[in-house]
Design a protein around this ligand. Structure first.
Ligand code: NAD
Length: 253
């Protein structure tokens, strides 16, 4: 039996087939979810359209989460295709590359600090504010975090602080949104993606993570996808406001 049959899920954050959001899309498709995709920049549109076809979706919409107008337009367009939705996956990250390859105190500045919080944390609540009236009873919201939110990780810098904000956002959002909608985060182990490869020495993080892993391996986007599918399904109806580690056990080592 499939556990997302007929659930309509909107996915932000597929850039290419390395994206964590793509692993999530595949896992949800296997559970018979109906999927819609959001791309950020026009350069990603073709890629996202081709990937969406593989999971039988032709709903591909544009949105820049730094713009309220763009978010409103997105849901206006989506509402012409779907009346209501059952879930949102927020799998978004961005900071200028300089913030991920130099000493934190030397490169941080007011603009990059504020932008990092806007894109990586505020965008979650900005999306949900607009999406709320389209969300069915028993909907689920899911975002992606990283252990750099609670520990020092070399060169993760401002992203770590923005992820700490995102994790607090999950708790406050889950408490304030109402009784029937759940909000959770997956704190994923490191994976080579377009976003993560900007972090200086990321290959070392990958190696250390594998060495520390209780399962003697690094996590895959498929494994994250399976947990994401569970967290957006009724099977996880007792879970909200949580940061769930999907990292082959790294966080306890
Ligand atoms: P990715 O580059 O594939 O995905 C990042 C996505 O963010 C892209 O699709 C990009 O278009 C989107 N994005 C950036 N700015 C945006 C904006 N203004 N509006 C709309 N979309 C925007 O990288 P990924 O590693 O799959 O990242 C997905 C999530 O997983 C992020 O939240 C990231 O922090 C988190 N994460 C990644 C790792 C890892 O090691 N890769 C580990 C833990 C958590």
């Amino acid at each position: 039996m499939t556990f997302l049959k007929n659930k309509k899920i909107l996915i932000f954050g597929v850039k290419n087939h390395f994206s964590i959001a793509w692993g999530i899309a595949i896992a949800m498709y296997k559970q018979e979810a109906k999927l819609a995709f959001v791309y950020h920049d026009i350069r990603s549109k073709k890629n996202v359209t081709l990937l969406a076809q593989k999971v039988q979706s032709n709903i591909i919409l544009e949105c820049d989460v730094t713009s309220d107008t763009s978010i409103v337009q997105l849901f206006k367009k989506l509402s012409k295709i779907w009346n209501k939705i059952d879930g949102i996956v927020h799998s978004i990250a961005y900071v200028p590359i300089i913030q991920l390859n130099k000493n934190y105190i030397k490169v941080i500045n007011r603009k990059n600090f504020l932008d990092a919080h806007e894109i990586n944390s505020f965008s979650l609540v900005a999306i949900v504010q607009v999406a709320k009236k389209f969300l069915n009873n028993k909907s689920a919201i899911l975002t992606l975090s990283y252990i750099g939110a609670i520990r020092y990780i070399p060169y993760y810098n401002i992203m770590g602080i923005a992820k700490a904000s995102l994790e607090a956002n999950v708790r406050y959002l889950s408490a304030s949104i109402g009784k029937n909608i759940r909000v959770n985060a997956i704190s994923a182990g490191p994976i080579k993606t377009t976003a993560s490869y900007k972090i200086r020495n990321f290959h070392k993080i990958i190696t250390i993570s594998k060495n520390n892993s209780l399962l003697n391996k690094n996590i895959t986007i498929q494994e994250i996808g399976d947990v994401a599918a569970f967290l957006c399904s009724d099977l996880s109806r007792g879970i909200t406001g949580q940061i769930i580690y999907v990292d082959t056990g790294n966080n306890i080592v």
